[in-house]
Design a protein around this ligand. Structure first.
Ligand code: GUN
Ligand code: ZN
Length: 368
């Protein structure tokens, strides 16, 4: 069994589960740090491990452009290439090809686009995306999907759902590696009818897990929560549910409450590199002059290497002086913070106290 639900919350749809991947057991709900280019920016694999992270998200679109999936395969697969012994999930590029490439031409066959690296013309099809992800060798791989921008006319969202379903079936047909779990991705923008149609069809195709895509693209947290409410209902209870590209601690709590098991987001690393640290009381902008002589740690409740060894004043100094250690120390703390949050979420579900944990979190956490 690839996924097990160990406990379900009585007051909400929150679940405590386990992913079984290549001999590793990964507790859920889980947060996966982002290592788009085969590196979690500014951190060594040893440092990633120290945060408690056991699975990271890499990106097939970026890695096929550079260094190329064939090269990664030749060099023993991505785990070995990047020196990461934990689990890896790769995103298919269904999101990035639209947001990062120029001259994209989409047809039912696939997406033609120009490489942002050398300008060469490339074609991604569902079959190629599966081959690329097989070569890269992640433990979980994603179907090729079409993610529409927000806002989006219903007609356009509907065409994207049809294409996403057609591509999902082609991904399943061309996938023949039992060591890799393949997830389908639900699209449909903010249209209930389209989301339900997409979820129902994907459910019949029998993927090993299901992602909710096309969210956190500007629709706001109220709409995002609404979409999750009606989408999750049509996903099978025994399989993992993954909300792609989300999010802030608040978003994660709202999604866990609605039955989501997996998350990824650049926020802890990107915000860390911008000098923004997450703490149990809210965000800290380390460049603020109020921290100039602050001898305290980033977060008094945190046991990470950064918090155990460095003051806010020193971290601020690193950012003022543009020293790269600052980027590493804040990224490390932020990922640690997200891992600890997930641990607290899992514990609270086990105790049957998720709702009160969530309330407690929000009463301390000030959004500023
Ligand atoms: N990452 C964030 N959102 C999406 C999405 O809708 N599709 C894919 N493939 N990746 C994503
Ligand atoms: Zn810390």
């Amino acid at each position: 069994m690839f996924f097990k639900v160990l406990a379900t919350d009585k007051q909400t749809k929150a679940r405590r589960g386990e992913l079984h991947l290549a001999g590793q057991i990964i507790p859920t709900p889980v947060f996966m740090p982002v290592g788009t280019q085969g590196t979690v920016k500014t951190l060594t694999p040893l440092q990633i491990k120290e945060t408690g992270a056991e699975i990271i998200l890499c990106n097939a679109y970026h890695l096929c452009l550079r260094p190329g999936a064939e090269i990664i395969k030749q060099l023993g697969g991505l785990h070995r290439f990047m020196g990461w012994k934990g689990a890896i999930i790769t995103d298919s590029g269904g999101f990035q090809v639209f947001s990062l490439s120029k001259l994209t031409k989409i047809s039912n066959n696939g997406v033609e686009f120009q490489s942002p690296i050398d300008g060469s013309k490339l074609l991604l099809t569902p079959e190629k995306v599966i081959k690329i992800q097989n070569d890269i060798g992640a433990n979980i791989i994603m179907a090729f999907d079409e993610c529409v921008p927000y806002p989006c006319e219903k007609d356009m969202a509907s065409v994207a759902v049809e294409r996403t379903l057609n591509w999902a079936a082609r991904c399943l047909d061309s996938h023949n590696n039992e060591d890799q779990a393949l997830f389908g991705i639900v699209q449909g923008s903010v249209f209930e009818e389209l989301r339900i149609e997409c979820a129902k069809h994907l459910e019949k195709m029998n993927f090993q897990g299901y992602a909710i895509g096309g969210l956190s693209v500007g629709e706001g947290s109220l709409l995002m929560n609404e979409v999750m409410d009606y989408t999750v209902e049509y996903l099978p209870p025994g399989k993992p549910r993954y909300l792609m590209g989300v999010g802030f601690p608040e978003d994660i709590l709202h999604a866990v409450e609605r039955g989501v098991d997996m998350f990824d987001c650049v926020i802890p690393t990107r915000n860390g590199r911008n000098g923004c640290a997450f703490t149990h009381l809210g965000k800290v902008k380390i460049l603020n002059s109020r921290y100039k002589e602050d001898t305290g740690p980033l977060d008094e409740m945190c046991d990470c290497y950064t918090c155990k060894n460095f003051s806010r004043a020193y971290l601020r100094h690193l950012f003022v002086a543009k020293e790269t250690l600052g980027l590493t120390l804040l990224s490390l703390h932020n990922i640690f913070y997200f891992q600890r949050l997930m641990q607290q979420i899992r514990d609270s579900i086990e105790r049957g106290e998720f709702r009160s944990f969530k309330e407690q979190f929000f009463s301390a956490y000030k959004n500023n």
